[in-house]
Design a protein around this ligand. Structure first.
Ligand code: GSH
Length: 235
């Protein structure tokens, strides 16, 4: 980013973190010039220690020094300060909050299983993550090859345990719910995307960067039609 452009703040992030993708979706949609600091996944706590004991990504530091943590509150704050809260505004606040909660619970819980839900996709994903993140050379390799049985065996299985669905079925089920809610409209927000659209879009983009995993999501026609509309609207 050029020095001549005044930035609105700095995003401390991981390239593959779904919560980081949510905030990126908003910043890109509003076309706000900002800095991005890619932290080492093994040193998150230290890298964001200025945000107290939060210890996670993303963290947002506003140009005036204000620090905001947690992806949805970060999105709301950026929208409030730089966009008069227009994306968060809704004629039906209860509906908005219900679907933010839906996305931050169900989309979040579906993300790990689609990436790591079987041993092959787990290996693909840890290798892909090690390429996309700024690990040290050795830890990156170690993560790629030693991380996948852990992600697959422990983490992904735990997340799908209660749904009775495999990771692909779970995504298709969620995209059914999402596209039914959107109905005849182009977006959740009506004819334009709103904050909820951008939250769901962010979760989906975090899967899209791992093409093998995303190919399972891509089979959902209505979901992908919305996703493509988001790409156009966000460009
Ligand atoms: N609710 C938080 C979750 C953030 C989060 O869990 N980030 C992960 C990376 S994707 C992290 O930093 N984990 C480190 C940890 O929990 O110690 C948000 O939406 O921002």
């Amino acid at each position: 980013m050029s020095d001549a452009v005044t930035t609105v703040g700095t995003l401390y992030m991981l390239n593959t973190c779904p919560f980081t993708w949510k905030v990126r979706a908003l910043l890109d949609h509003l076309n706000l010039p900002h800095e991005r600091v890619q932290v080492n996944p093994m040193k998150i706590k230290k890298s964001v220690s200025f945000a107290g004991d939060w210890g996670k990504t993303p963290v947002w530091k506003m140009h005036d020094g204000e620090v905001v943590v947690d992806s949805t509150p970060i999105m709301k704050r950026i929208d409030e300060v730089y966009n008069d809260g227009k994306l968060s505004n809704s004629a039906d606040l209860a509906r908005r909050d219900e679907w933010i909660e839906w996305a931050d619970l169900h989309m979040k819980n579906a993300t790990i299983p689609i990436l790591y839900g079987n041993i092959r996709s787990a290996l693909n994903t840890t290798r892909s993550v090690s390429r996309h993140e700024k690990f040290g050379l050795l830890t990156g390799r170690l993560y790629a090859w030693a991380g996948f049985p852990i992600m697959w065996g422990i983490i992904a299985r735990k997340r799908t345990k209660n749904t009775g669905m495999n990771p692909k079925q779970l995504w298709h089920h969620l995209l059914d719910q999402w596209t039914v809610e959107i109905g005849e409209n182009s977006f959740f927000g009506g004819d334009k995307p709103d904050l909820v659209d951008l939250i769901v879009y962010g979760y989906m983009q975090s899967v899209e960067m791992h093409p093998k995993a995303f190919s399972q999501v891509e089979e959902h026609e209505a979901g992908m039609a919305w996703f493509q509309r988001m790409k156009v609207a966000a460009a």
